[in-house]
Design a protein. Sequence first.
Lengths: 640, 313, 510
Amino acid sequence: MSLANTDVPPTEPIGGAGPATDGRAVGSQPGFGRRLLRQPMAVAALAYLILIVLACAFAPLIAPYGPYTQDLMHTLSGPSAQHLLGTDDLGRDVLSRLLYGGQTTLLGVAEAVVVVAIVGTVFGITAGYLGGWVDHVISRVVDVVISIPSVIVILGVLAIFGNNMTTAMITFGLVAGGALVRVVRSVTLAVRQELYVAAARVSGVSQPSIVFRHILPRLTGPVIVQLSLFAGVALAFQTGLAFLDLGTIAPAPSWGGMVATASTLLSEEGWLLIPSGGIIALTILAFAFIGDAARDASAEAWSGNQPSRRQRRAARPGRPSPTAAGGAQAADGRREGTVPAAPARPPEPGAVLSVRDLTVCFGQGARRVTVVDGVSFDIFPGEVVGLVGESGSGKTMTALSLLGLLPSGGTVERGTAMLAGRDLLALNARDLRAVRGTEIALISQEPMSSLDPVFRVGAQLGEIVRCHHGLSRKAARVRTLELLEMVRLPEPADIAHRYAHELSGGQAQRVAIAAALAAEPKLLIADEPTTALDVTVQAEILELLRTLQDSRQMAVIFVTHNLAVVADICARAIVMQRGKIVESSDVHDLFAAPRHDYTRSLLAATPSLLDDAVRPRPAPDQPGGHDPTTAPATSEVVHD
Amino acid sequence: MVRLILRRLALSVPLVLVVSMLVFVLEALTPGNAARSILGSGGTQAQYQALRRQLGLNQPLVVQYWHYIDKVFHGNFGSSLLTGQAVTTLLNQRLPVTLSLIILSTLLAAVAGILLGTISAVRGGVIGKIVDVLSMAGLALPSFWLGLVLVVLFAEDLRWFPATGYTALDVSVTAWLRSLVLPVIALGMAGIAGIAKTTRESMLDVLSRDFIRTLRAAGVPENSIIWKHALRNAAIPVLSITSLIFIGALSGTVFVETVFVLPGLGSLLVTAVNNHEIAEIEGVAIYFTLIVVAVNLIVDIAYGWLNPKVRTS
Amino acid sequence: MASVLVAAALAAAACGGGTSSSSPASKASTRGGTLTIASTGPSSLNPSSAANNAPGVYVVLAYASLINWTNANTFTPGLATSWKYVGSNDKTFQLTLRKGVKFSDGEAMTAQAVANSINYFKKSNGGPTGLDYQNITATATGPLQVTLTSTIPDPYFVQLCTPFYLGGAIIAPKGLADPKLLQTQSEGAGEYVLQASQSVANDHYTYTANPNYYDQSAIHYKKVVIQVINEEQSAVAALRTGQIQLYIGGSKVSSGSVASAGGYVLAGPSYWVGLQLLDWQGKVFKPLGNVKVRQALSYALNRTAITDAVFGKYATPTAEPALRSWAGYSTSLSSSFSYNPAKAKQLLAQAGYPGGKGVTVPMVYLGFSWFSELAQAIGQELKAVGINVQYDPVTTIGAMLQAIYSGKVAAYNIPISMTEPYFLYPQNFGPKGNLNGMNEVTPSLQNLYDTAVSSPSSASWTSFLSWLTNNAYTLPTSIADQLYYVANNTNAGINAATGLMDYTEISPKS
């Protein structure tokens, strides 16, 4: 499938497809460094840091004066031609002292960072890889070390070693390394488990060298993030020590010491506070930006923000989307904002939902992918329609787009979905919220994760009930229990009191169903509601759905890849492949006489059906393809 | 849950012992000692030696440490070598100041950070960037420098707040608050960035989860989804980093209390180190460690409250 | 009817009590509220250990002295009402004590108590002035008479009985019986009493008016709080916000903002500073044993520039270790060794150290405030002629003394005040002097000192000072002022001769 790019909708397991395709994980993709450098702030920060480091390292060459050269005749002069940043209380050049001072300051930071890096990776990898008692011991030690207030240890060390900044910063690194140990350990654990699984599948033996080859690249991202953030902390701490006249004492130049000097001269010459504090602040900022950018670079593959409202509004059919303003572009799947859509058929009268020319895309520019391509169908009241296809066919995206719940990166390019006289795809946020739950509802695949884990299920149901009906707490409680009874949960009061993780899969799904039906919607979208359940529980849930649907005359779109389920519960089935509808007909006809090759191959892949169903044969006038021009009696074929 | 608390308490005992031992050893190895400080400029060498003997400073390290720990377990933290005042008195006088400072500054960082982080996660775009920059600014400005700037701006130029000093809570609530506003801002600013970042990431992660989608699909108002459901789920990593920031604030008090002349444990530590007052250093170390233990305990309990899985398992 | 009588009786009682001019109640009502003073912290509250250089404000408030030294530079009765030298040679001094004085705990003051206090003080528990009393013994020679006898002539008995040398601050028997008490509470007969419960060590100390003080009208405030502030910028800020009315300290870097902070500056020459050397005989630092090397160091210093840079207008350059008002001061000495780096290099070469090679001067100094600036300014001037200066900053006096006794430093800087040559020699150059770190005694200097003591005259002291200066045993750079910042709503003054303030004369402006 063409979903190997980074903007993957999260139906795929996060972290790339399984080990069969690419053993390397996200953070180690060759693009990390390049991704990091793509961000302008990171580049600026990096450039600034390199500049400062070089300037301070070559201070003897470029500083206009020595760090101790005093000019007692020109003390506390502001910036001037001879002294770009002015002079201090003994007439020493501020710029020169900043450059020389940077040597000790930045060296101190480097010492701490190196110590943290070494301690963090060595102990983190050891703990994560070896596991067992080694891991236990290291973790306990880290717990204790992290809890020690570092300032005590460092002041004590300074007292012994007579204000030796190197010792102080090394100590600081040792005490602060614990945090990195934890991060490295968790990454190592994750990789080890992944690779163990992969290796177990493939060869049954995992070699340490393979592990290292996979762990270390995976660590680059998190380690760089932690180290750059820590560098900022170390700098703040080092300058703080120097400010207190510990570690580096006057007259030796240091950034913190210069802030201390400035503080004693505040009322006389406030200017001195600016260059000293300024360079510290800028450098910390630079470290922070790099850390931030590194974090973004390694997390880019993960889902980002929720779709902004602008994204959704851009999807109004017929209106040019803001990003497409500027004229027509090549017709290979890119935006066609100003090109008028093909004329669609009007909505069927009496249909609960009429979808016309629905098109959903992910990503932008060269990486844009169309996952739903010109889909049209109608749903009538009280009917259960199956939306069938394998992974990646676009069936889930179709369903989600109706509720405006596409994952981030997804946009509705064009199309309409008329429900009760309104176009769902063109609603503003407020109207959309009004429609959700009351007109159209959703139950999803994973019942356990579709409930808020930190609230009791009864409370969640109660909230949903209250937000639709404005009931008092007591009345809502009564209604909640009614709903739980409706989905045939014995002891509803007990269930209501529980948390999601205290329910079984079947029970949780029933609760989810209760939540979906709380406001009596006309249309229910069931997205693979039984896939994650045991077979026996599946049957129960299907039975429940059928009963509820029947008693309320509620229309259901049943998204599934499982034809057995389709056979069980659906009256009609729409088959999708690669974003397009390939076949749509009565279930009986579909099984008896599939028109499309794809449908046939689906049927063929479901062994249990083959035994019972009539062997499919190709339609007489088609060599196996789907003919868009004919309109067979019992099925609906939709133009795209 | 109870087991968790007991485990945490069990870990604390070795922690306190380790810290006290570490500090004792470090301090005892230092070249200077309090005898010289006590004697001052008028003391002779003979007096100095005599005083050392009198203070027990010439005994082997282990013996000194044992005496010390023995006394501590009886609630006696020793006395200041210079003034003879009981160290417990000193510590207890200064503890409320430091506690006020770190509790308020962590509160500031938490509230501001969570707000900024949530807004940044939900809005994204330009507002998100602005929020990022603001919280970064807090991170970049060192607390002692920020404190100085605040004093110049608010205490000297505008005279809204006192430049130095501390008023106890029982003297006047408003004066207490006023004396703490500037120090709390100086100390808390750096924490805002960390909490905002973590909140943002955690919220982004939570907002992409299934149950959020379910709640949206059920028509629950967006405000409730974000501020009630998402935030509560996102709270755990935020709590983690808040506790780290609280502990980091302990170190920060050394700088902030010095700049604002607050009579807290941090400023006591600096003078104690300068004067080689080992009993005072030990006392501060132990009090700091106890504060850390208390914070960790509270965080553990809060975890339990936030995450039902911990409670019921 | 009965109630009217009662009311009348009460009124009569009140009137009767209120018209007496010496009752504490009426005087108390004319007192100001709280005086807040900012100062560096005390290293000890025990008068015999207090390491403050300037008159210890912590001591003065709670401990009355035998004789008061007013801002008008007069000596007025304190706990003693009269005094005189007895006999010849300035070796005996007699004081008559005031009647009816009580210590703060109510105990009556006796001659024996006073004698005990002085004898305790001279045992030198570490204060900077203890050794000034080392030759003196106090005896009670009458119910209210104390006689001080010195083994060597001492023209300074009067001064020694004032608060400025601290020994005259009388400690109550209760304090002498248990000196540990003195570290946390006051046991004196002074105007105020320290309230330990309202004080936090090293942050603030609260004193309340002493109801047992012998002259209630002299107490100008109900309460005095001393707030420990080490940074002059913080002090100015506190002055500006009205938190303090007096700051003991200050320098040119903040003095300019005092006026806008609602205060005024008091300043007067008070002490000399510079670099004090330790190893004049070259036992450890061989080059320093050579007088030419030491003189070279002196010529290398641009005293005018250093003085101006570090102190601004609050100091005058000098090469002589004496204040103008001290015995033996000579203007020509003060302006000797004028800045001449060429000559310095010449002398070094003549001494066998061309270019300064081989001359190492490790220098210990207080690493903050002007102490640090001065040390650096001096150090850099010395480096400019090739001397290898090694900086060793410390943060407390205690640590500095440690270094002085360690034999590893060759120079230090501590401001020297109130130590006229009479007191300077024993401390800095005499046998077992508390600042004579390497215990080197030079017979010629000793002789000049002994001569000046037994036959004191301006000439003899000048000879002493000349020898000291010309042999560059110390390298003074400046005579500096002690500064005080005072709030506009407060009356305070300084003694023009000593540059120091009598704290008991501070009063609120009406």
